[in-house]
Ligand binder design. Structure first.
Ligand SMILES: CC(C)(COP(=O)(O)OP(=O)(O)OC[C@H]1O[C@@H](n2cnc3c(N)ncnc32)[C@H](O)[C@@H]1OP(=O)(O)O)[C@@H](O)C(=O)NCCC(=O)NCCS
Length: 185
């Protein structure tokens, strides 16, 4: 296990064997309407998993974790980590949950653990999230974790056939450390 388990979740790299469970929630067009990728078939998921990096922490690649609910041994979502820059100190993250598991704190629990891993183990400097301004649950998620809104780009992304705005949220290593220290003191 690369990332230590949380109270309710194992967070592990995706594998091709996960394709059916990933398809089940990723193919939901309504829940995923703010996402750039919505699979039509299980083969689309297979291609997606195949294209993601096998190796963690490689600049300019995405690495995909799945979130496994320990008590039922089911994949309930995923977290993608995009290693952005050549210096390899900045990453983008994105989180998707199966709708049956929304509003139960799973995304917060998982992203918090991934941020600990990125900042404390991989020594990242800055983590960002790119979010549609209408994606309220995502905005609440990152704000709950202490991300700051840094930018609102107007019609900067062409997604699902239309130009949409893009919010960029970010958090720095020193901000995350301060937050974790104050939580534990
Ligand atoms: C973004 C997404 C992962 C957020 O999921 P979420 O369920 O809202 O977030 P959490 O799992 O952390 O749950 C938090 C909510 O559960 C509530 N909650 C209920 N029981 C809880 C518990 N035991 N512990 C913590 N929170 C709990 C919290 O109060 C919070 O509600 P609020 O947002 O109304 O304040 C989800 O909406 C999603 O998958 N969306 C589709 C994909 C997408 O657009 N992703 C964004 C790509 S950047």
């Amino acid at each position: 296990m690369i990332i230590p388990e949380t109270q309710r979740l194992n967070i592990r790299p995706v594998s091709v064997a996960d394709k059916e469970m990933v398809f089940e929630y990723r193919s939901d067009k309504e829940v995923n309407k703010y996402q750039g990728w919505i699979p039509e078939t299980i083969t689309d998921v297979e291609v997606f998993i195949d294209k993601t990096s096998r190796q963690l922490n490689v600049p300019e690649t995405w690495f995909q974790f799945v979130l496994v609910e320990k008590s039922i041994n089911q994949i309930i979502g995923d977290i993608g980590v995009h290693f952005l820059d050549k210096e390899n100190r900045q990453v983008e993250i994105g989180c998707t949950l199966n709708k049956d598991f929304h509003n139960k704190g799973y995304a917060t629990e998982a992203v918090e653990r991934v941020l600990d891993f990125l900042f404390f183990d991989l020594k990242k400097h800055r983590v960002i999230a790119s979010i549609d301004p209408e994606n309220n649950s995502s905005i609440r998620l990152v704000e709950r974790l202490g991300f700051r809104k840094e930018a609102h780009f107007i019609e900067s992304l062409y997604l699902n056939g239309k130009w949409v705005d893009d919010l960029v949220y970010a958090i720095l290593d020193r901000e995350w450390t301060e937050r974790r220290l104050s939580k534990h003191s």
